[in-house]
Structures are given as C-alpha cells and as structure tokens.
Write a protein that binds this ligand. Structure first.
Ligand SMILES: [Zn+2]
Ligand SMILES: [Zn+2]
Length: 245
C-alpha cells in the first residue's frame, strides 16, 4: 500500500487518538458515522414485514395480514395499548445494540444524529403530529447519567421531521427500579403514578409523538401514553429506535 500524506496523517492520528469500531474493533479512520465502521453500520436493517398494525411486533407468519390488514397481535387484542400506533423499526441486537449501549451509558452522544437519522428513514406514522416528547428520566437517574438519551433522539428527530419538541411537559415523579428486572404485575405496580403532565393545556387536543430508545415490554411507553391521554391528548404515537425481539 502506498503511504499517501493523508493516509500517513490518519495513521499518526490513530496512534495519538486510537479509535476502533465499537462493534468489530477494526481501526476507524475518516468515517461519516462516528465510532462505527461502514460495514458494521450497513448491517442495521429494518425488521421484516408483516408487523402488528398497533404495536409493530413482527408476526411470525408472512401471510398474517394478507386477508385482514388490520389484524392485531394477541397482546394488543387482549389489552389494547393507550397509544394509537407504534413504530419500532429495528431489532435490538448486533451493531445497533452496541451503538445504543455506547450512546446511552458511555457518553457517545455524537451517535444521536445518525441514530435519529435511522428513525427518520424508517418513519411509518402520520406526518401531521403536533409535537415530540421523550420518555422522561427521573431527576436522580438524570443526574447519574447526565443526559436523557431519548430526549437527544427526540431533538434530532424533530429537526428531521419539522415537529417541535415539547419540553418538560411529561415528567417522571418516582424513581423506579429498572423494568427489565420485574414480572408484568410488578412492572405495572412499579410504574403506577410514575408519570405526570405538568402543563395539561399544552397536550390537550394534541397529537403527540413519544420517543424512546428501546421498546422492551412496552409497559413504560404505555404508561406514558396513558398519562398523556388522561391529560387530554387526542392521540399518542410512539417511535422507538429499536425493539427487543
Ligand atoms: Zn465495525
Ligand atoms: Zn400488537
């Protein structure tokens, strides 16, 4: 390989500031996406259709929606969610899981832009929504983590979609234990009255997009949607970057 001046510069920079792809550990040079190499980034693909028209969970049979396009999954039929429709385009696995972990827990906030771009490119919800808000963190958790990853995504997404961010309207009133460690009944109890709307006049009669990083069981998102609906929101739509499958 010929050592051109720019390649030499990259080598020197890499020696001074070593940076490897967070997923495959290959050395990174001048990447458009920070922290992740192009071949890893290309592996992030939208989950295949068909999906539940309400909660977006992928159906195992490819023909589920052929004759009844509005067919809901068992869970949505049993307990209809408080939100109108969710869009959860990518699987929480592989490169995207690595990226979310670095973005959320290791301060790699420069990933907000490309991750929000992924969300915008998979947009499958109405365009005429009144505003965007993020699933809030409790102030104690916010102090520990220093930023709310979902709010960073919501901010970037608002630029892509041209919808305003609704700040500090939905708040977390209780410091709950992480939902993933609990069974369903305990999750619901854990979350009951955990959220509140500070300014009901802001949400009243509005169509709102609620943003989160990962759709896990949907309990937290649903609790937020319920709180917003109770405060008078006309409809709540949900977009999360990834989905646990
Ligand atoms: Zn890589
Ligand atoms: Zn469903």
């Amino acid at each position: 390989m010929t050592l051109t001046p720019s390649l030499l510069l990259h080598r020197v920079l890499h020696t001074l500031l070593p940076m490897d792809c967070i997923s495959c550990k290959e050395a990174l040079f001048d990447n458009a996406i920070p922290y992740i190499c192009p071949s890893c980034w290309k592996t992030i693909c939208v989950l295949p259709e068909p999906k539940c028209p309400r909660c977006h969970i992928p159906f195992s049979s490819s023909s589920t929606l052929t004759h009844s396009p509005q067919h809901l999954c068992g869970r949505c039929r049993q307990r209809p969610p408080a939100y109108t429709k969710a869009c959860t385009p990518y699987a929480y696995q592989g490169v995207l899981k690595d990226a979310i972990s670095q973005f959320k827990y290791h301060g790699k906030v420069r990933l907000a832009q490309p991750l929000a771009q992924l969300m915008a490119s998979a947009w499958d919800l109405p365009r005429d929504l009144d505003g965007i808000m993020a699933v809030p963190l409790h102030p104690t958790r916010l102090r520990e983590r220093e930023y709310n990853q979902s709010l960073l995504l919501a901010e970037r997404l608002s630029q892509h979609l041209g919808m305003p961010v609704m700040w500090n309207v939905l708040v977390r009133t209780q410091h709950t234990v992480p939902q993933t460690t609990l069974k369903r009944s305990a999750r619901l109890k854990n979350l009951r009255k955990s959220f509140a709307v500070t300014h009901p006049d802001v949400v009243s009669g509005k169509k709102i997009l609620l943003v989160d990083d990962v759709f896990t069981t949907g309990t937290t998102i649903n609790e937020c949607a319920k709180t917003l609906r109770k405060a008078g929101a006309e409809a709540v739509y949900v977009e999360t970057l990834a989905r646990m499958i």
